[in-house]
Design a protein around this ligand. Structure first.
Ligand code: G6P
Length: 372
């Protein structure tokens, strides 16, 4: 009924609008008045965490893309190598795991069978397992050495939205906590990023207030298309993968995400007249990233692509090459995924809605995959 959906037509719609609260609630109570991160639930000895020489993130689906985003942040903050691996791949190869490996399992449900098997496999090899989970008392939460809960609230729609933002937020808390513990980029850079994280709920809300109706209209307008590309660089790369996944799951259309730098190594051959291509543009304050993506937009536009550009407010350089511009508030590069993914979620839901599809329960999919 409409009541359980908070007045929205679908759970997914509600959950997209829950996102500012999901981020705020995941941060709440975890930073003390001195600006230090306190993770009471981190029942892993600080000495062990200081000695960690590798982090392996295991997850499936959208949770794995949250881990992929986190890799960029944690490596930057902690200078510890982070591998991100799909749970079902990790499990059946001879991965190098030791007592100095921290395994981070990310799961909304805490019941994904592949992820459960993967954490058992990691523990057998002496690795500590930290779970980033949304569901209290779930199997992964119970089997892990420690749990950092995402406080997104129950997620009902099969396609994950608010859990993804909460997972990135929790991973960032973990990364900044490890930096604090290991005395890396601490206190100044850690404090600065914590302050920036605290601003994210308002920035997500700005996108919902200012961009949603235009993005929805675009979704309805492109409902007859059968193919889409998503292009991103750096943290925009996993966001492009997630944008494509949402469209596949919800609208049953071919959608492919790729790293913008790969364009010339294959994907550009797919570009033809009128093909809609989403491009996630890094902040112009990182010109080394920004300018390369800008030239990618020019290259695909010259070959007839319909360019849908997600760019920061005030980034006028994109104007000349964009058929549609979706704006996000200015934000540091590492924080941008919490914003850039939101219009992609809205777009996929709107397009599926225009096709008359079941947005909350797409065909063939389950909310939680509890078989191998
Ligand atoms: C399924 C769901 C996705 C989810 C993935 C991982 O594929 O449809 O939305 O991202 O499982 O689930 P988990 O509960 O482990 O995060």
């Amino acid at each position: 009924s409409a009541a359980v959906k908070g007045g929205y037509e679908t759970f997914m719609d509600k959950e997209i609008h829950d996102q500012p609260a999901a981020v705020a609630d995941t941060l709440r109570g975890r930073v003390d008045e001195r600006g230090e991160i306190q993770l009471d639930e981190m029942r892993i000895d600080p000495a062990v965490l200081r000695s960690v020489d590798k982090i392996i993130v295991i997850a499936c689906g959208t949770a794995a893309y949250a881990g992929h985003v986190a890799k960029y942040a944690i490596e930057h903050w902690c200078r510890v190598p982070v591998e991100i691996e799909l749970a079902h791949e990790f499990r059946y190869r001879d991965a190098v795991v030791s007592e100095k490996t921290l395994t981070v399992a990310i799961s909304q449900s805490g019941e994904t069978m592949d992820t459960i098997q993967a954490i058992r496999h990691a523990r057998e090899q002496g690795s500590r397992v930290l779970a980033i989970v949304n569901t209290y008392g779930s199997t992964i939460a119970r089997e892990a050495d420690a749990v950092l809960y995402t406080h997104a609230g129950p997620e009902v729609a099969v396609a994950s939205t608010k859990a993804f933002l909460a997972q990135i937020t929790a991973c960032y808390l973990l990364g900044l906590y490890l930096a604090q513990l290991r005395g890396h980029k601490w206190p100044d850079e850690v404090a600065d990023y914590l302050a920036k994280l605290g601003e994210m709920p308002d920035k997500v809300q700005w996108i919902l207030d200012e961009q949603e109706s235009a993005v929805r209209a675009l979704g309805a307008e492109l409902a007859d298309r059968s193919s889409f590309l998503f292009l991103g660089r750096h943290v925009g790369f996993p966001v492009a993968l997630e944008g494509a996944l949402k469209l596949k799951e919800l609208a049953y259309v071919h959608a492919e995400g790729f790293a913008a730098g790969e364009l010339k190594h294959g994907p550009i051959a797919l570009v033809e007249e009128g093909l809609p291509v989403f491009v996630i543009v890094p902040t112009p304050r990182r010109p080394t990233l920004h300018d390369k993506v800008l030239s990618n937009i020019q290259e695909i536009r010259a070959r007839g692509a319909r360019t849908i550009v997600v760019a920061e407010e005030g980034d006028d350089a994109v104007d000349a090459f964009a058929d549609h511009i979706i704006r996000i508030p200015a934000t540091p590069t590492l924080m941008a995924p919490l914003l850039t993914v939101v219009p992609l979620q809205i777009f996929a839901a709107a397009l599926a809605g225009a096709k008359g599809l079941d947005i909350d329960q797409p065909r063939n999919l389950a909310k939680s995959v509890t078989v191998e």
